[in-house]
Ligand binder design. Structure first.
Ligand SMILES: [Fe+2]
Length: 224
């Protein structure tokens, strides 16, 4: 009897969701859930950087704060998308979020990009693990950890990741441009911010290159 009551409740609840959903198809919901995972991955990646810069053997508090804020911002993007799916009567599905997946994505971007970067691999995953035997190529050799704390390398990773997220948002927009409301939300709440973020990070890369390491980086960190 109890089982039947629960079933009836579930049936009623799903009918209520259907009352909300209008021209919001399964493919769109899947694509939005995938974007949620990307935003959460970016949040995790920036959190790793924030903790890295907060270490006493790196000690760049400005960069630590910058990446902590970036992490919170990415999480808020994921939450915005979750709220949007619920608003349109879809199902939010949270997937696995792994730091290594983001490092792989960024390394791919660094490697294939036509932009001129200092390195070809994202090292933060290696630096965040306690296993000293884990090395993946020259760039991420832990014995060079002391030489690596240059914020420029972190900003290059950030630019690649922001460009990747932007690319995926543009695909999402193009693939579902018959959904006027979704297009509006993507354009106003996401794409504009991505363009601004890319410009801001590209500026920071140029300034860091100009400042160099040592005192230049210290002064840059102070104003972050
Ligand atoms: Fe984002």
């Amino acid at each position: 009897m109890k089982y039947l009551v629960v079933l009836a409740f579930v049936a009623l609840a799903s009918a209520d969701v259907k009352n909300v959903r209008q021209k919001f198809n399964g493919a769109t919901i899947t694509a939005l859930n995938e974007q949620i995972t990307r935003e959460l991955q970016a949040s995790y990646f920036y959190q790793a950087y924030s903790q890295y810069f907060a270490r006493s053997d790196v000690a760049l508090p400005g960069f630590a704060k910058f990446f902590s804020e970036a992490s919170k911002e990415e999480r808020s993007h994921a939450e915005k998308l979750m709220e949007y799916i619920n608003k349109r009567g879809g199902d939010v599905q949270l997937k696995e979020v792994k730091l290594q997946d983001v490092c792989d994505t960024v390394s791919k971007g660094l490697d294939s990009t036509t932009l001129s970067f200092t390195k070809t691999t994202s090292c933060i995953c290696n630096f965040m693990t306690g296993d000293v035997t884990v090395l993946s190529g020259f760039d991420c050799d832990k014995s060079k950890r002391d030489d690596w704390h240059n914020g420029l390398l972190a900003m290059e990773d950030t630019l690649v990741l922001e460009r990747y997220v932007n690319e995926e948002l543009l695909k999402l927009h193009k693939g579902h441009d018959d959904d006027a409301h979704l297009s509006h939300v993507l354009e106003h709440d996401f794409l504009d911010e991505q363009v601004n973020a890319i410009k801001d990070i590209a500026d920071k890369i140029r300034q860091l290159k100009r400042a160099g390491s040592g005192l230049g980086e210290y002064l840059f960190d102070q104003k972050l």
